[in-house]
Design a protein around this ligand. Structure first.
Ligand code: IPM
Ligand code: MG
Length: 363
């Protein structure tokens, strides 16, 4: 049997401890299906700076490019705050996204029934939401040049090419075809040239997808609508910065940023799976944070990169099962509920996975 290799990049802050929980669940998955993956660990972000002096060591990139998929924790820590922005931990993440051409970031936002009361919004507003944010990940303000800081001014550049917009629009429409068949494209076309360009190209690409309904929304309105009536959305298509902001906002619909996984997909089957949240250094090493975003990122990996679509759903079922049992990390607990740590949540999900009936045909 061919060896299937996963590059594991725990990173910084809470990254290592939540990645440990995802690996626990992966081991349970392997046991359940009698399969195995080869794991190889490498440093990124602050861990890369500590070991190799740079946030994305060459060996980490090579390993990731050669692997069938990459599982990433999170990057960043206060202790690097004084470094030149060009070599801070976050650059490791941006560089690996760019170098592997991971231009499509899929961030599913789903309300779990058991957590309806954990959201700061009214249960009837969040009950039933099922949104997929399709965020462009390798363009826009994050990567535009020139980018510079001087004594009395600073400059970032917002730039997009036709091809960059076209390919992410295809991803959004294809994603919508498999879901609710609606795309809402977010922009600021009343002000920005890149947004006017974006809107025109999204319209042009839409001609290939007559079964999908397309609407456009200004980003400020989208931020408001996500809170007012989130159920109106199916696929939300955004450029890089807007998607970064809106996905953090949307995560709160699910009760916690700690619930939100993501898949960053590129050409040539390159793919990296990472929680949408950051490295939360203030909680690092305390066995406190919620590992579910990382565990659900693993489930996305098993589905997208390895074709275990039905089987990966077992991981989600295991998550739902433990949530229904009332197992809660601090971020999703309601007043009076007992709180478990990161490792206990990982244990509970791995155990639930092993105990669920296996799907009939493990492919
Ligand atoms: C995310 C994060 C990153 C981003 C940071 C850590 C660079 O916020 O994945 O959403 O802005 O893309
Ligand atoms: Mg973000």
């Amino acid at each position: 049997m061919t060896v299937r290799k996963i590059a594991v990049l725990p990173g910084d802050g809470i990254g290592p401890e939540i990645v440990d929980q995802a690996i626990k669940v992966l081991k349970a998955f392997e046991q359940k299906l009698s399969i195995s993956f080869e794991l190889e660990y490498a440093p990124i972000g602050g861990a890369g700076i500590d070991s190799n002096g740079i946030p994305l060591p060459e060996s980490t990139l090579k390993l990731s490019q050669a692997a069938d998929a990459v599982l990433l924790g999170a990057v960043g820590d206060y202790k690097y705050d004084d470094l030149d922005p060009a070599i801070r931990p976050e650059q490791g993440l941006l560089q690996i996204r760019k170098a592997m051409n991971l231009y499509a970031n899929l961030r599913p936002i789903k309300a779990y029934k058991a957590l309806l009361h954990a959201s700061t919004l009214k249960p009837e507003i969040v009950d039933g939401i099922d949104i997929m944010v399709v965020r462009e990940l390798t363009g826009g303000l994050y990567f535009g040049r020139p980018k510079q800081r001087e004594e009395r001014n600073a400059l970032d550049t917002m730039t997009y090419t036709y091809e960059e917009i076209e390919r992410i629009a295809h991803v959004a429409f294809k994603t919508a075809q498999k879901r609710g068949k609606k795309v809402c494209s977010v922009d600021k076309a009343n002000v920005l040239a890149t947004s006017q360009f974006w809107r025109d190209i999204v319209e042009a690409v839409h001609k290939d997808y007559s079964d999908v309904a397309l609407s456009h929304m200004y980003v400020d309105n989208a931020a408001m609508q996500l809170i007012r009536n989130p159920k109106q959305f199916d696929v939300l298509l955004t450029e890089n910065t807007f998607g970064d902001i809106l996905s953090d906002e949307a995560s709160m619909l699910t009760g916690s940023l700690g619930m939100l996984p993501s898949a960053s997909l590129g050409a040539e089957n390159h793919a990296m799976y990472e929680p949408s949240h950051g490295s939360a250094p203030k909680y690092a090493g305390q066995n406190k944070v919620n590992p579910i975003a990382q565990i659900m990122s693993l489930a996305m990996m098993l589905d997208h990169s390895f074709g275990y679509t039905k089987e990966a759903q077992l991981i989600e079922q295991a998550v739902v099962h433990v949530l229904n049992q009332g197992v809660r990390t601090y971020d999703i607990a309601e007043p009076g509920q007992a709180i478990v740590g990161t490792a206990e949540m990982g244990d509970a999900i791995a155990k639930a996975l092993l105990e669920l009936p296996a799907p009939v045909s493990a492919s």
